[in-house]
Write a protein that binds this ligand. Structure first.
Ligand code: FES
Length: 274
């Protein structure tokens, strides 16, 4: 639905017919805290992730731990850490091309178009509106009906790629139990990778597109018991999608940081088995 700005340049709560209230909002609580915290959280992740994606160092530790920010490691530069490239090396080694350039753009697209993150940055960064009963600064509202926001609809396709990347992350977590010379080993890093990949699955499977894939367009649940069962499970996870969205940002950073610190020799990975 398109809401046109009324004449005289006034719009939204300042348009004709609305009560003339002098202040920007009459809310007296700290309504700005949530959008400010959201902006800060997203910025910290983007700055950290951006720095790490291009650092091209400290991404593989103890000859078996590969950080998710470099998975799959497909650059010729991955040769600097033998054993880190589980799926071959074919991208040129260039400081401007992340070693995981095959997956990172899709993962970024998946998160950027995620229904939850859209809500988060529409409110916190785009201020449309920043909070209930707080006027937005924009004169018109066209929703996601035209470019560029209509492109948010590609989310369902990013979902399929994210599924593949989750499988790759799972593979990384499993092969990390095998040390090239010591054989089967379990270290703290293994637990870190497992927890990270389990939460990534929770985030990916709780996606609204996944809910539609499993149970969407069904007219009779009784005729599709398997899809109905899957839909109920995905729906249960879906109620916590926001939680998984934030928790996985944190676990991704902590997992990467742990592997970077072990790779740099700052932290010693504690061996529990082997
Ligand atoms: Fe958030 Fe799909 S809705 S990942």
């Amino acid at each position: 639905r398109r809401i046109l700005a009324p004449e005289f340049g006034a719009h939204g709560v300042h348009s004709r017919g609305r009560a003339a209230i002098g202040s920007g909002t009459v809310r007296l609580d700290n309504w700005w805290r949530a959008p400010a915290a959201t902006t800060a959280g997203l910025l910290v992740f983007l700055l950290y992730g951006g720095f790490r994606a291009f650092q091209q160092q400290y991404f593989f530790a103890d000859e078996r731990y590969l950080t998710p920010f470099y998975s799959p490691c497909v650059s010729l530069g991955c040769a600097s850490e033998p054993g880190s490239a589980h799926f071959g090396m074919f991208l040129p080694d260039n400081p401007l091309i992340p070693y995981a350039a095959l997956s990172l753009p899709f993962l970024l697209g998946f998160r950027l178009t995620c229904y939850y993150y859209r809500k988060a940055y529409y409110r916190s960064i785009w201020l449309a509106p920043a909070a209930c009963a707080v006027p937005e600064p924009h004169a018109t509202y066209t929703g996601e009906t035209r470019l560029p926001l209509i492109l948010q609809n590609v989310h369902r396709y990013f979902f399929y790629v994210a599924l593949l990347v989750s499988l790759v992350n799972t593979y990384d977590a499993i092969v990390a139990f095998k040390h090239p010379t010591d054989g089967f080993v379990v270290g703290v890093g293994n637990i870190v990778l497992l927890v990270n990949v389990a939460l990534l699955w929770c985030y990916t499977v709780s996606c609204h597109s996944c809910r539609h894939v499993t149970g969407g367009r069904l007219k009779h649940f009784s005729k599709h018991p398997v899809r109905y069962w899957l839909w109920t499970k995905v729906s249960a996870l879906n109620t916590r999608h926001m939680l998984f969205a934030w928790v996985t940002l944190g676990t991704l950073v902590l997992t990467d940081l742990y592997i970077a610190l072990v790779a740099a020799g700052t932290v010693t990975d504690l061996r529990l088995v082997g």
